[in-house]
Design a protein around this ligand. Structure first.
Ligand code: ZN
Ligand code: ZN
Length: 323
């Protein structure tokens, strides 16, 4: 079984540290927080073929409408991010858009196989209800889909691209890990995904710690018209820094890749780590001020919120003249 590795060294995120953290986390006190759910407009989404739009379904799940295509990222609609229906992180904010309210899906981008990003029931249901949907997955994960009878799957190694109709999707390296059980750690790859469609360039960063990978992604693809960047699941830093960025690092990624518009994800949906559930957006606002970055260029959506992307007002981000 191949064992995948990060490209840049990171602190140890396994073994004894994992046990130590799990023990601490289990006994932590925490305050439940309720987040408002935006009113969504499934009928508008279903009819829309012309306006670029983005809907935050929750956590790392977005519906992106671009150039007439409907694209989903890491679709997780279940009540838990867990292999079990009775245990594991519970969804604390309802899904922003129900799975049966989705418009016809063309493309599904999967970043890695952790339960908060790859949900068995959601994927089966999508494949059933949207037989035309094409899945793009990291190296080693195609077999997981084949076991479920899902064959419209393209598996990509880092920096490898696939052309799917009008869309071009490239897998890019990020700093993380994978696994769905105690025995398959790093047996499949993890990645970010770059979508090029209709003259626009979008980064879905997946799940990641901060690393030089983003300077590398920037060198190849910057600038980006849109980036979906994680801002949550970062405490305690001694254990989480290797695998999840904090808001300050997310701002650095926004700068590294020269993103014109970034949208926050991976917060406020499941309690996976120790920081208060509502802390990431507050820290993001402070980090943007500290870095002198406009709050309009790195925004936080409400769960379920749809925004029309104001691409039409400007020119597509021009690719840098690099080799
Ligand atoms: Zn993960
Ligand atoms: Zn995650």
């Amino acid at each position: 079984m191949p064992r995948f590795r990060n490209r840049y060294p990171a602190a140890d995120h396994g073994g004894g540290n994992a046990l130590k953290w799990m023990f601490e986390f289990a006994f932590e006190k925490w305050q439940p927080v309720e987040f408002p759910l935006a009113q969504n407009r499934p009928a508008w989404l279903a009819a829309n073929r012309s306006e670029p739009s983005l809907t935050w379904i929750g956590h790392a799940s977005f519906l992106l409408q671009l150039d007439g295509l409907n694209v989903l990222t890491d679709p997780v609609f279940g009540a838990r991010a867990s292999p079990f229906t009775f245990a594991g992180p519970r969804r604390l904010t309802p899904v922003g858009l129900a799975i049966n309210q989705l418009p016809p899906i063309d493309l599904v981008l999967i970043s890695h196989n952790h339960y908060d990003h790859l949900d068995d029931a959601s994927v089966r249901r999508l494949a059933q209800d949207h037989p035309q949907a094409q899945f793009v997955v990291p190296l080693g994960l195609k077999v997981w889909f084949a076991e479920r009878g899902i064959t419209r799957v393209v598996e990509l190694e880092w920096w490898q691209s696939a052309t799917l109709g009008a869309a071009r999707v490239t897998s890019v390296p990020v700093q993380h890990f994978s696994g769905r059980s105690l025995r398959d750690r790093n047996a499949t790859q993890w990645c970010g995904l770059v979508l090029e469609l209709g003259g626009r360039r979008v980064l879905f960063a997946g799940d990641t710690g901060y690393s030089k990978d983003f300077a590398d992604i920037g060198a190849r693809f910057a600038p980006f018209d849109l980036a979906l960047l994680p801002i949550g699941a970062y405490d305690p830093r001694w254990f989480m820094a290797a695998v999840h960025v904090n808001p300050e690092e997310a701002v650095q990624i926004h700068l590294d890749i020269d993103s014109r518009l970034s949208v926050a994800m991976h917060w406020g949906t499941f309690r996976l780590t120790s920081e208060p559930l509502d802390e990431p957006p507050q820290r993001l606002a402070a980090a943007l001020r500290a870095a002198g970055v406009s709050e309009q260029s790195f925004v936080v959506y409400q769960h379920g919120e749809t925004r029309v992307l104001n691409f039409a007002a400007d020119q597509p981000a021009q690719k840098k003249a690099t080799a």
